[in-house]
Design a protein around this ligand. Structure first.
Ligand code: PLP
Length: 410
């Protein structure tokens, strides 16, 4: 009989969201009339923009006619979408990216997860702590993480703590990694790096021959001027960084599925046998072998996000989520709790009071006022003592949750 990839067996069961679901379900069984408000989810709730819906319908009609029917499309994405992405997301900001440096996909989870396919097994990986778990688990699957440790960390991964003490700005690593994952605006903390702060990472990567994998899934939520939307706003980044983007939160595509990854042709990494090699060519090879493209219909929907109507509509939706974020921040601050994020991201990261652990805070919030959030420790050891609320609920639910928090005897 065949052998499994034992690395998968090292990975603990995804404990966080299943444990949350278990606790909520148990509570509901015992309290069937409880009106539970969920501010823990990282999924959008508003429907797709009308401009996107119109484009999806038109694309469906094209698929119904032999003259306009489309079969397999380019694995890298249709030119119409790659060119629109470049014009809108890069050229318009003075960033020189070419369409063949953009790879359209079914989302940033797949791309950030799959990217390890083209990286060697011995690379040392660095992540911020807390962190979006996909970066860690996919490296564990590839054998780059070593064994899980009792303290919740992986043996071979370098963790870069992000806490209120360093204002959620990670210090440069003491030992040099080969690859660093950065996610800004950040999930789960909702915090950002200013341009000058991100520049330090780009300069470090250039000086130390390090690859940066930059996840910009939340760039559309940025409201402050000095927060970069793209790592390529930083000089020299095209030589060291890959950028991941997603239509999921930007335009409500969590169910439709579309994202893209930018790999500048100037980005060269090391091969043990071939000197410097271009990552763009290797990712193209990976995608053409393992991926048959994002659905034509979906790509037409994504293209419509960039139309004048599409832009106005998605901005309105983002504004409603950010209004929720503002309400949450105000409510948390009025409770004399410290919170972070929620200004350039749909996540609010609060410090639990009086050394209450993340899970104790979760239990009390659930059982005392029937509000559900996400314990920070689920995102990494340095998330202990923190708690995440999201702005993706409805206005009514957000307001109701904050009223309950206002009257809560903590
Ligand atoms: N990257 C980050 C930081 C995320 O928080 C998420 C989703 O929650 C993703 C990527 C996944 O995005 P997608 O829906 O495009 O796969």
């Amino acid at each position: 009989m065949a052998f499994v990839n034992d690395n998968f067996l090292n990975i603990p069961e995804t404990y966080l969201f299943s444990e949350i679901a278990r606790k909520v379900n148990t509570y509901k069984e015992e309290n069937p009339t409880a009106n539970i408000i969920r501010l823990g989810i990282g999924d959008v709730t508003r429907p797709l923009a009308p401009a996107v819906i119109t484009a999806l319908h038109a694309a469906v009609d094209e698929m119904a006619q032999s003259a306009t029917f489309r079969g397999y499309g380019p694995e890298q994405g249709y030119a119409f979408l790659r060119e629109t992405v470049v014009a809108h997301d890069y050229t318009a900001s003075g960033i020189g990216i070419a369409p063949d440096e953009v790879f359209v996909s079914d989302g940033a989870k797949s791309d950030t997860g799959n990217f390890g396919d083209i990286l060697g097994p011995n690379n040392v990986i660095a992540v911020t702590d807390p962190v979006y778990p996909v970066y860690v688990d996919t490296n564990a699957m590839a054998g780059r993480a070593g064994k899980p440790q009792a303290d919740g960390k992986w043996e071979k991964i370098i963790y870069l703590p992000c806490t209120k003490e360093n204002n959620f700005i990670p210090a440069l690593p003491e030992t040099r990694p080969d690859v660093i994952y950065l996610c800004y605006p950040n999930n789960p903390t909702g915090t950002t790096l200013k341009k000058s702060e991100l520049k330090q990472w780009v300069d470090y990567a250039r000086a130390n021959d390090v690859l940066i994998l930059f996840d910009a899934a939340y760039e559309a939520f940025i409201s402050e001027a000095d927060v970069p939307h793209s790592i390529y706003e930083i000089e020299g980044a095209k030589e060291v960084a890959v950028e991941f983007r997603s239509f999921s939160k930007t335009a409500g595509f969590t169910g439709l599925r579309c994202g893209y990854t930018v790999i500048p042709k100037t980005l060269m990494v090391n091969s043990t046998e071939h000197g410097k090699v271009a990552l763009n060519r290797l990712w193209n090879r990976r995608q053409t072998t393992k991926f048959n493209g994002t659905a034509y219909i979906v790509q037409r929907g994504a293209e419509a996000v960039y139309s004048a109507e599409g832009q106005a509509q998605i901005k309105e939706t983002i504004a409603t989520y950010m209004n929720n974020a503002h309400i949450i921040r105000k409510g948390i601050e009025a409770k004399n709790l410290t919170c972070f994020g929620g200004i350039n991201a749909p996540y609010i990261w609060l410090k639990t009071p009086d050394s209450i652990s993340s899970w104790q805070f979760f239990d009390r919030l659930l059982t005392e006022i029937n509000v559900v959030g996400t314990p920070g420790v689920g995102f990494g050891p340095h998330g202990e003592g923190y708690f995440r609320l999201t702005a993706f609920g409805s206005l009514a639910q957000t307001e109701e949750a904050m009223q309950r928090i206002a009257g809560w005897k903590l």
